[in-house]
Design a protein around this ligand. Structure first.
Ligand code: ZN
Length: 327
């Protein structure tokens, strides 16, 4: 397969593109690229900061990494705008828009006689497929047809909005989610007219300030704190859901609720099916539009990558693997 030698996934989940780039995991290469700040995409970043020559990401991602406490020296950081390629060591790297979280990007690397790319995490619509690739490395979080959600994002958004508005009439609401998803939901609720104060820990608030510029919307009133004295929406990390003690209504945002858009857990607690990842169908649609010569399905992060690869090969007729792993 053309260019297949120019793209691979390492055992630790580093996506190796071209000759010089290691994306979303550490590998002894000159340039580390970060597609976005989720924990499974910044593994080994401290080591990359020490050992790589450059760290590349969007300006937003760089700002979020600063807030998270990563210290990338100025001479190593290379913030890139979407769609503006730069040449590094004889290869051109471009960050391409992706709809996932604040600052997230797809990565394309072009060298002499090959062009390869990695989607990172993404959601459809809103993520333009990278076309003309020899090899596409794709994320398939929901790698099998039986993990298909049966409702659309906007249906869930409508239900979430109704739930939040109703709940605010009687008291505070706490929403649990991951970084990035929290800021996206803050923006979505403000766009839809929720006026109550948003309360979150200082770090989440600083990240929300970055999101205000990314989404072009004010999230005020936005307050650093932990408790709501009056009707307000408190945002907390998913990891705090287990030991929840918050007053009022509690809502967990999760990509793994596949039974229904909103599931009631107990009298005041709900699970809302809100994912920042493409559905199985959307993954297939992406590949169909991108028309790469070959596909590698990331088997380190995704589930059922083998099924996705087989499906792409059979249905779309594009050579596809899920096991191209280097040590
Ligand atoms: Zn992610």
């Amino acid at each position: 397969m053309p260019g297949l030698a120019k793209a691979a996934v390492s055992k630790s989940g580093a996506i190796l593109l071209g000759e010089n780039f290691t994306v979303d995991g550490h590998h002894p290469r000159p340039v580390r690229v970060v597609t976005h700040i989720h924990s499974d995409h910044i593994t080994g970043l401290e080591r990359s900061v020490r050992e790589c020559m450059l760290v590349v990401g969007t300006g937003y991602t760089m700002e979020l990494l600063d807030i998270m406490g990563y210290r990338i020296p100025d001479y190593k950081r290379l913030p890139l705008d979407y769609g503006k390629p730069v040449e590094i060591l004889g290869e051109r790297v471009t960050l391409v828009q992706s709809r996932h979280i604040v600052g997230s990007a797809q990565v394309e690397v072009e060298g002499r006689g090959y062009r390869v790319g990695y989607t990172g995490d993404f959601k459809m619509p809103g993520t333009p497929p990278m076309t003309g690739l020899d090899v596409l490395v794709i994320d398939a979080t929901y790698g099998s047809p039986h993990l298909q959600r049966r409702w659309t994002d906007w249906e869930v958004m409508a239900m979430l909005l109704a739930l939040v508005e109703e709940s605010l009439k009687v008291g505070p609401v706490t929403i649990y989610g991951y970084n990035g998803k929290i800021q996206e939901i803050m923006a979505e609720l403000r766009i839809r007219g929720v006026r109550e104060a948003f309360i979150a820990d200082p770090r989440t608030v600083r990240m929300a300030r970055v999101a205000e510029r990314y989404y072009g919307i004010s999230l005020e009133p936005l307050i650093a704190g932990y408790e709501a004295g009056e009707p307000a929406v408190v945002f907390r990390h998913t990891s705090e859901f287990e030991n929840r003690r918050e007053q009022g209504t509690r809502i967990l945002l999760t990509g793994w609720e596949l039974k229904a858009p909103v599931v009631k857990v107990d009298e005041k607690t709900y699970r809302v099916s809100f994912s920042d990842h493409a559905t199985f169908k959307e993954v297939i649609e992406y590949v169909e539009e991108a028309k790469p010569k070959a596909v590698i399905v990331d088997s380190v992060r995704g589930s059922h990558a083998g099924i996705t690869a087989k499906y792409i090969e059979r249905i779309l007729g594009i050579p596809s693997e899920s096991t191209v792993i280097t040590s």
